[in-house]
Design a binder for this molecule. Sequence first.
Ligand code: PMT
Length: 400
Amino acid sequence: MNAVRVLLGVGGGIAAYKAADLVRRLRDHGAEVRVALTGNAARFVTPVTFQALSGEPVRTSLWDEAAEAAMGHIELARWATHVLIAPATADLIARLAHGHADDLLTTLALATQAPLTLAPAMNRVMWAHPATQANVALLQGRGVNFLGPDSGGQACGETGEGRMMEPAAIAQALLAGRHTTEPLLAGRRVLVTAGPTFEDLDPVRYLGNRSSGRMGFAIAEQARRLGAQVTLVAGPVNLPTPAGVARIDVRSAQQMHEAVFANIAGQHIYIGTAAVADFRPQQVATDKIKKEGDGGLTLELVQNPDILAQVAALPQRPFVVGFAAETTQVEGYARDKLLRKKLDLIAANRVGVEGCGFDAQRNALSVYWKDGGLEIPESGKPEVARRLLEIIAERLGASR
Ligand code: PMT
């Protein structure tokens, strides 16, 4: 077996403390690890820590006379079979995107021919900033690989996307070969539905549900990053449109049905992540419904079209993926839906688990197809979306 030699670059963010654990996780996978710290990273964690964990000398500067007597940075850049930067801060990403080489780490990134992988870590607003996203897109366009970021609680006290992926998941993804950004879905057209639907009762009231749209938006964003042409039909949510994704906003299940069927021709993959209302009021009152006397109010509801089942029944159908939100007997109910609605694949999330599923940053999925299944462990929705798309790409390959 060929030796795996990871050059781990550590950026100057609070997540630098997790990089110490990352060294151990990489070594657990049999990798040799050498570490280069930026000056700011060395303020968070000392080089001695990394030296002890890696068993190798640690570099922090281009101006190390002993190491540079033999052009140490070039030797290090040639030594690596993988260059991994974790945490990759917003500043490091910007400097890498623009080809800077004004410190050891950016110089190594330019001098190496090994694949470069970044595990970003920063405040959620910094991550979402158009400048950061443009830098990420620039790097991805040059073949740089990204792992994460994850969603969840951040060191700054905020919650959102920008947290560094857990060291074990980074090591696993890097060394299991998932560091390559071969565009798994290049040339594929993907239609995703996301969010809730609102079924109006009168001009001020509606029947809705707690879907935030995050899962569907994460799927749309990751599918785009994997090279697909993505159309996102979104219910009423408060989320920015992922870069490069065509978005169609709708409110009700009937509008979602219309938008899906106006765009379904030519799609290769349909992913129904939306929590579509099964029923709508038979009539929408033109004026606000008034309270009359002490009595209650009986609503007459009629069924909405089942968008997923209708897509699956098309003669020229795409690869159809449904979601299921179950509280009990997850596999039984999900498999029943898979067969009944004639789906290619179903992703079941256990709702009711604290911090997961509906209106949460994280999720965990049980994925089933006719003669198999796989678990996607709990993680931020972007990482869960990425895993799901990898499974879909694999199943699509197997079924066509
Ligand atoms: O939006 P988030 O806050 O991120 O939460 C994500 C989620 C929990 C909403 C999502 O992961 C999820 O599970 N979505 C499906 C929830 C749901 O409505 O499940 P269901 O069992 O009612 O529907 C099953 C499938 O049929 C779904 O793919 C749904 O899109 C589809 N459906 C349902 C009814 C209908 N009239 N038309 C449909 O297409």
